[in-house]
Design a protein around this ligand. Sequence first.
Ligand code: ZN
Length: 168
Amino acid sequence: MAIREILTDEQPVLRKTSHPVTNFDSRLHDLLDDMKETLAQANGVGLAAPQIGILRRAVIVMNDDGEMMELINPEIILQEGEQEGFEGCLSVPGRWGVVKRPMHVKVRAQDRNGAFFEAEGEGLLARCFCHETEHLDGHLFVEHADKLYTTEELDEMMAQEEEEESWG
Ligand code: ZN
């Protein structure tokens, strides 16, 4: 296993469409293992193969139990409700935006051996399914955000929100 370099948004590869995975072989397994190691080291909640320069439809998403899920050729088959909240991306370091996403999402994907499965997510996990799947079509969250904030601005807003909450 190896930690790969996470590409940032000026790299054209992030705007390209990834190809479906057709070989569920040791090369794919190596890629998935590297993606998981890279994600763990970056302390993120999701990573898509194009973010490390590989145009293949494979993503890693952290589930509600903090376990990493592997989704190959993921497709969103159901989306319900709506949520609005801050979103960031390992390929857009230090920038945050408010993005609307469905509250509930169901995906169909394949595992590392090619077996199909379905997974459902609410809240953050639903957001993550959308964000990572979108990477495979060359889209980044910044396209949905009206304005980008720095980490300092985000921290300030979060602190203010907490203060307001504690005042009831
Ligand atoms: Zn991202």
